[in-house]
Every structure is written in C-alpha cells, then in structure tokens.
Write a protein that binds this ligand. Sequence first.
Ligand code: ADP
Ligand code: MG
Length: 342
Amino acid sequence: MNMLAKWGLAALVCAAALPARAEWVKRITDGIMGTRITVELWAEDRAQGEKAIDAVLDEMRHIDETMSTYKPTSEVSQVNAHAAEGPMHISKELFDLLVTAKHYSEITDGAFDITYASVGYMYDFRKHVHPDEAQIAKALPAINYRHVLLDPAHQTVQFSQKGVRIDLGGIAKGYSVDCGIEVLQKLGYTRAFVGAGGDSRIIGDRFGKPWIVGIRDPRKGEGNVIARIPLENAAISTSGDYERFFDEGGVRYHHIIDPHTGHSASKVRSATVIGPYATRTDGLSKTAFVLGPDAAMEIYNRLDDIDAIIVKLDGSIAYSKDIQRALRAPPAADAPAAPPAQ
Ligand code: ADP
Ligand code: MG
C-alpha cells in the first residue's frame, strides 16, 4: 500500500471512530471562590459536555459554601467561631481536608499553615488594609498548625487556644480542581482541563499533543509568559506576589503570609509547582515565598512526584532537578518538534 493510501485509510478509520458531533467544549466562569474557573473537555456530544461542566461548577460552589471564610454560614466560619470552646463535630470532607492541610504543614517545615489566618484576617488587600506591629505581635502566637487538634475517632476539630483562626484559601482551589476532575472522570471523560485561579489539572492529552500551560511573568501583565509547559495527566499551581497586593511605603503587602512573622512572605516573586494532584501542588506552591528559593527547592527536590519553577527576587529562574536535567538533555533523535503554544 502506498503512503497516501495508508494515511487516507487511517483518516477514514479515525473519522469512523469519532462520533460526528464530538468536540471540545469550554466554559469560563467568574465568581466561584472569588476566582476564574475554566473547564474544557472533549465531549462526544455538546449538550452532555455542557451538563458535565454544570456538574463541575456545582461541586465547586458546594466547596465554596463549605470552606469560604467570606461566608459567615460556611462550616469553616462556624469552626472559627466555636472551635476554641471545645471539640466540634465537622463533615468528613472538611475533616479530611484539615488532615491534608496538616500534612502540608509538616512537609514544608510549617511554611504552609492554615492558621496564618489568625493574623491574616486583619489584612484586606482590596481595601489596602493591613494590621500594625502591635496587632501582629498580639495575634502571632495563635499561628501554629499544631493548635488545630483533630480527633479522627470522633471526627472533631478543636483549637487549643483562643484567637486561632483557619483559612483554607491556600489549598481549597487546588482541592476543588481535583474534585472537579473526579466529577468528570466519574462521568467517563478522559480528556479535560479544570482550572481555578492559579491551580489547574489536566487529564489526558489533546489527541497526540500535550496541553500547554503558560507561567506568567510576575512583573509583566497577563499574557506575558516566562515559560510554556507541556502537560498531560498533571496538575500545576502558581503562587505570585502580584495576585492580591498593594504597595505602601515601599513595602508590598500581598496575600501569602509568613506564619513566623505575620507579614507578607516575600522571598520570591512566583513559584510554580507541578505534580499529580492540584491539592498537592496548591499545598506546596506557597512554600517558596516563606522559606526562600533554596530551602523550598530542597523540599521540592526531595518529593519524587514534584517539579518546580521559581522566579527569584532578582528575576532569575530556578528549576527543580528533573526540569534542569530535561533542559540539559539533547533532544532524542525521534523526538517530535516542540508543540506550538496555544
Ligand atoms: P490562589 O488563591 O490564587 O490559589 P495561592 O495558591 O498562592 O493563590 O494561595 C494564596 C492564598 O493562600 C491566600 O490568599 C491565603 O488564603 C492563603 N495563605 C496565605 N499564606 C498562607 C500560608 N502561609 N499557608 C497557607 N495558606 C496561606
Ligand atoms: Mg492556589
């Protein structure tokens, strides 16, 4: 068979295998968890695909209702109001996420700490409000993930002292992305992208091509990227000091708080973490801001399933060891050309 006939036949076989109306379905929604949600999937039928996206967004709304500290009725707000009084029974979902959050505190030497909110609640980045030194000094002892006592036998949480507050803003978006992907997988989808703000996860590829996720240049406007990362079956989270911030008196106040000082953590400009789950990459992406590029990279390099790209304060870029190796390696003779940026 000559080549033309062979490829012609292959094209026919592909066309026969794909139902006529199969297509990419994409939706961008603002307002859930205070961020932009993007869902894109390959659907055999557009109406079914739209329904699947509705299901993802419903799941994310439910997580927002449970976890948001902006909603006084949320379960987390109830915990903040009462957990210092004694053990509080909470939902299995919240309990499990608190266990997960504690795990990230432990593996990041306390850089990730949901009790940052004991001081963090006094910042309002939209209104340019920050606590003064006296307020920080008074509230600082309440920051320590060890103050959150979890009892798996009774599924309760208790704060060991007054003044402790938690906020899951550093992990809830990644978690909601994983839940969204799970919704799609249960419905049988095998090619999809779910993103919530800086946290995204991808299943499958784009028919022989990877998905391309851009990492924004932290000192330039949206759309200016320092790298385009080809990904399949992976999650990626970027934390940046440009997300929610204001500058005052030469100081940049932004939304990642150093649990040791109660001040904005300013040891890098941005950190991108790549791994298998968005809960995991979200739980790790704040670390570099608190510990600095070297100590954070040591932690990232110790974790076999994690890659990282850090933009340092001087604008230079540090890569985790597997990415460094990939950048050094000459392309294999049969490697496909780099995919075009999307
Ligand atoms: P995004 O909210 O866009 O996903 P990040 O993943 O960088 O951005 O998370 C920033 C959020 O993490 C903050 O808005 C705050 O809610 C929370 N946070 C801030 N400092 C810490 C910290 N030291 N540990 C855990 N969470 C934190
Ligand atoms: Mg995040």
